[in-house]
Structure formats: structure tokens, C-alpha cells
Design a binder for this molecule. Structure first.
Ligand code: PMT
Length: 404
């Protein structure tokens, strides 16, 4: 159980969703976590501290100026004690205070003073959530590595309907468990490529593919959660940059090649989940092509094979390819493993609602002399297992010596 004996500091802000935090404490304890609750002054207008004290089995703190508490476990001690901080519900005002580095109550001081990962589950009226000020604050928090768990949608206590509800306790526990993954890649430099490439036909048209980037982004997140220093080379996708990950945006296969070759010399592992366009238009037009009534013939030339080029470099990183196949998955994937000289390949059968675009995939891992079917599941879950297997095989190869 990922939360077994993990020391979690739960911050509760003022808002009607504060009552849901009581259930959250129960669920966290059921998952084996050691929970301490810190409430803001306004949270205490909604739920009494005694409720949280009874459920967590620990005294509840709310003030910076509590003499007896400061004499025992002072606020800095509490910030050090926490292995994870979760603020649920987090109010718009609390997020704004964190954005500005305020330390004007116990909870904001703890967020400033801790080295532990911080997750925030905002809950508020849907207009307040949609407000540009709130959204800008969310972006700033994410850019600083704070994980903002998106609120759920539905009917709200104020009578309105929309985004802004605190996710159910179960979803928050599972989100937190995600970030408590064992640090199997601590300090290892991992490059991940993700998304499609776009090959321009003219200034308004391009040849692309259906990759959404979800698989590659999930791999980058899992690697970062496993302690790796992650660089994500991303084709054009509409996904937010995962916290703690350095992102390099590219558009075409040749741009992706340049970025990957540059970064690979400083990478220990390269996981190539991008759906790189195999062909590009030989001569893309500088001006928009006009209809002529006659058939249009585009001459396509082959793009460089990025993964094969990295494999052929002097000291290649540990190489993990992906293979998207519609049929004969294992046979084609094993052929790519050998032909591209890879350490491992994750084969996925692509088809309706599988592989491209959606949230689910099915992966078959292959390496020299072995295989493991990870089955079908959520891309985030598959990515976590993939990272564990990559870490195991990477260590095995490192023990044998990379040149062996
Ligand atoms: O992005 P999603 O919507 O979540 O979809 C995920 C995915 C289906 C795109 C992903 O799981 C996946 O399978 N990515 C690889 C797709 C692919 O291009 O497979 P391929 O069999 O054509 O290529 C084999 C490997 O060579 C891949 O690691 C690919 O990144 C790499 N390659 C391919 C062509 C090329 N010119 N250069 C490369 O490096």
C-alpha cells in the first residue's frame, strides 16, 4: 500500500466542502497513513476541530500562536514531520496567499516552510474557479511544482452547476497514492518524447496523427514521481506541463530529432512514446495552396528515425521504444526491438478506444529474451508499472556494465 505509514499533513480551509475532509481523514487512515490535521480559522466555522481530532487520533492545530503546541511540535517541526501535504478543500483565498508566499496563518506558513510535496484540491463556486485570477494562480502554483488536483463538476452547495466541487475522498486518496510511488529512479536523468509531430504542407495545413500525448505525459509523470530528473520533448498537444518536469516543445519530426539528440547525451534513459511522422512533404509551400480543380500530388520523403539514431550514437542511454500496431503486435514489436537496437519496447495494439487519444491503453513489454503483458488499463497506471520495469532492467544493465 503506497500510503502505509506515510506522514500526511491535511490542511483544511474554510468552505462548505470542509465536511468532506472528515471522510478524507478516515480514508487516509484506512490506507495506512499517519494523519495530522491543520485547519484555518475559517475552516473551524464549518467543522469542529474535535471531529478531526477523533478521526485522525492526533491533536488538531489551527493557530501559529498556540503556546502549548509550539512548545511541543512547533510549526517548523510540523513542516518537517510531513512527508506529504494535502490541502483539501483549498479555498481561492488560500491559493492566492500561497502564490504570494504569505505566511499569515499556520497553514500558509507550513506550505512555505515544508520540503514535502504539496497537493492542493481546490473547492469553490464555479464562477470563482473559472475566474482568470484563480486560473492564473493555479498555473503559477503548478509551475512551482505544487500539484493542483482539478475539482470535479456537478451541482454545488450554492445551487449552481459547474466545475468547483471537491473530488470525493476516494479519488483524493488515490491521487495522493500516485505521488507516493517508490523512488526507483532517484536522481536518474530520463528523457521522454510524447505526442505527434506535424509536417507542414503549407502555412495552414499539415500532416499529423492521432497521438494526444497522454501516454508519454503519463510516463513523464510516473518517472518524475519515481525520483527521476525528467525532460519531456513534446509534439503539439494540449496537455499541461507535469509538475517538476522540464518541457521542450517541438512541432516537426526534424525538430524533435534535434531536441532528442541534444538532450540524449545528458540522459541515462530515453523513453520514446512519441508518434513521430514517418514522412514529411518534400517541399512545403510558403504560401497557402489554392484549389485548381486538378488532383493535388504531394511528394513525401522519409523522416529520420530518431530512436535508431540515438541507438547508433557513441554512448546511447538505456532505450525504451513504443510500438503502435494494429495487428501482429508481438511480431512487429520484437522486430523493432532488434532492428532499432533497443533495451525494451512497449507494444500497444491501437484500435477503437485503445492506444491513441483515450485514457486507456494495453501494453506488452518485450526485451531480449523476455516479455510481460501489462494488460489493459488507465494510461497513468500502466505508466507507473512501465517505470518500475524500466528501473529494474536499467539497474540490471548498469550492474553488468553498459558496454556488455
Ligand atoms: O499519445 P496518445 O494518444 O496517448 O497515444 C499513445 C501512443 C499510441 C502514440 C503511444 O503509446 C505509442 O505507441 N507511441 C509510439 C507510436 C509509434 O510511432 O510507433 P512506431 O511503431 O511507428 O515507432 C516505433 C518507435 O520508434 C517509437 O518509439 C517511436 O517513437 C520511434 N520512432 C518512430 C519513427 C521515427 N521516425 N522516429 C522514431 O523515433
Amino acid at each position: 500500500m503506497p500510503l502505509e505509514r506515510v506522514r500526511i499533513l491535511l490542511g483544511v480551509c474554510g468552505g462548505i466542502a470542509a465536511y468532506k475532509a472528515a471522510e478524507l481523514v478516515r480514508r487516509l487512515r484506512d490506507a495506512g497513513a499517519d494523519v495530522r490535521v491543520v485547519m484555518t480559522e475559517n475552516a473551524m466555522r464549518f467543522v469542529g476541530a474535535t471531529t478531526f481530532q477523533a478521526l485522525s487520533g492526533n491533536p488538531v492545530r489551527s493557530s501559529l500562536w498556540d503556546e502549548s503546541a509550539e512548545a511541543a511540535m512547533g510549526h517548523i517541526e510540523l513542516a518537517r514531520w510531513a512527508e506529504q501535504i494535502l490541502i483539501a478543500p483549498a479555498s481561492a483565498d488560500f491559493m492566492a496567499r500561497v502564490v504570494h508566499g504569505r505566511a499569515n496563518d499556520l497553514l500558509s506558513t507550513l506550505v512555505l516552510a515544508t520540503a514535502a510535496p504539496v497537493s492542493i484540491a481546490p473547492a469553490m463556486n464555479q464562477q470563482m474557479w473559472a475566474n482568470t485570477a484563480t486560473q492564473d494562480n493555479v498555473s503559477l502554483l503548478r509551475n512551482r511544482g505544487i500539484r493542483v488536483i482539478p475539482p470535479a463538476s456537478g451541482s454545488q452547495a450554492c445551487g449552481e452547476v459547474g466545475e468547483g466541487r471537491m473530488p470525493e475522498a476516494e479519488a483524493l486518496v488515490s491521487a495522493l497514492a500516485d505521488s507516493c510511488a517508490p523512488r526507483v529512479l532517484d536522481g536518474i536523468r530520463v528523457m521522454v518524447s510524447a505526442g505527434p509531430t506535424y509536417e507542414d504542407i503549407d502555412p495552414v495545413r499539415f500532416i499529423g496523427n492521432r497521438s494526444s500525448g497522454r501516454m508519454g505525459f503519463a510516463v513523464a509523470i510516473a518517472a518524475a514521481q519515481a525520483g527521476a530528473k525528467v525532460t519531456l520533448v513534446s509534439g503539439p498537444v494540449s496537455l499541461p506541463t507535469p509538475p517538476g518536469v522540464e518541457r521542450v516543445n517541438v512541432r516537426s519530426a526534424r525538430q524533435m530529432r534535434d531536441a532528442v539528440l541534444r538532450i540524449s547525451v545528458d540522459s541515462d534513459i530515453f523513453i520514446s512514446a512519441a508518434a513521430v511522422g514517418d514522412y514529411r512533404v518534400q517541399a512545403s509551400s510558403a504560401i497557402k495552396l489554392k484549389k485548381t480543380g486538378a488532383p493535388l500530388v504531394l511528394e513525401l520523403v522519409q523522416n529520420p528515425d530518431i530512436l535508431a539514431e540515438v541507438a547508433a550514437s557513441q554512448e546511447p542511454p538505456f532505450l525504451v521504444g513504443f510500438a503502435a500496431e494494429t495487428n501482429d503486435v508481438e511480431r512487429y514489436a520484437r522486430d523493432k526491438l532488434e532492428r532499432k537496437n533497443l533495451d525494451m519496447i512497449a507494444a500497444n495494439q491501437v484500435g477503437p478506444e485503445l492506444g491513441f487519444e483515450g485514457s486507456e491503453n494495453a501494453l506488452l513489454l518485450l526485451w531480449q529474451g523476455g516479455s510481460e503483458d501489462l494488460g489493459r488499463g488507465d494510461k497513468k497506471m500502466l505508466a507507473r508499472t512501465l517505470i518500475e520495469r524500466v528501473a529494474t532492467r536499467y539497474r540490471l544493465k548498469a550492474e553488468k556494465g553498459f558496454k556488455a
